[in-house]
Design a protein around this ligand. Sequence first.
Ligand code: FAD
Length: 272
Amino acid sequence: MIPTEFEYERPSSVADAVGLLSRHGEGAKLLAGGHSLIPLMKLRLAAPETLIDLSGIADLAGIRDDGESIAIGALTTHRAVAESDLLARDCPILAEAAAGVGDMQVRNRGTIGGSIAHADPHADLPAVLVALGREVEVEGSCGRRTIAAEELFLDYLTTSISADEILTEVRVPKLRQSAYVKFNRRLQDWAVVGVAAAIDGSQARIAITGVGARPVRAIAAEQAWNGSNAQQAALLAGSGLTPPSDTAATAEYRVHLANVLTRRALETAAAR
Ligand SMILES: Cc1cc2nc3c(=O)[nH]c(=O)nc-3n(C[C@H](O)[C@H](O)[C@H](O)COP(=O)(O)OP(=O)(O)OC[C@H]3O[C@@H](n4cnc5c(N)ncnc54)[C@H](O)[C@@H]3O)c2cc1C
């Protein structure tokens, strides 16, 4: 199937892109790597009147050492994130998760901003961002604002980024003791379940993908971790989860995966 007809704009600055979003209103959609949006358009599940292609905004791509944090431009590809020496050293969970997104073609085109804004319930990077507990920066007609990871993912394919805002930057802490482990049916496939764990001193933050409409924090497991107890944390990771059953896995199997992968993620993170 081919998409419905649309107008095409390619701004060269965030300010111009914000202006175009305001001018075209609800009928406009931002285009980044196109690896989620274009398939939806081909299936005619999305039919934007205007596509605003962000690829001409050079400032939106790149990875910067910001002292205590690392700032990643929204247009940075999964491949650039996966191959970043800075991230591999200081925030390995993000490089590791990006390296496992789809295949090379997807990683060459797909972007961190597109993945987070799209908020697919099986995506890898939203759970990583929630486990890291940092934030994104957005810019819209009312100016700039920061959204905490915890307040970003609202529901299935839904974030708190407004329709007239652009996600410009993702900020993550420097946290070496962090790991992402996913279970997929085939190499390079979407996660059936994925667990992101970030250890900061005696505290751990754990977020799980594939078990609900958005990344789920495993609070009971975080409390059970208590500085080193991966086994006890893993026993509690699946408690309170009500995951879906589908062709990839039953709800019971997803709960089992959440437990097993939590243990692996915590042990890997702690060993770093
Ligand atoms: C075959 C295949 C396998 C995949 N496997 C995985 C996988 O294993 N794990 C995984 O996590 N993902 C996977 N993906 C999805 C991939 O990560 C996409 O790159 C990602 O979901 C969307 O990023 P994009 O840059 O392509 O965004 P686009 O498709 O261009 O946009 C997606 C949505 O986000 C919005 N958007 C894009 N950029 C911004 C921005 N800066 N500000 C606000 N809104 C924005 C768009 O308007 C659109 O609604 C896969 C995709 C394919 C096609």
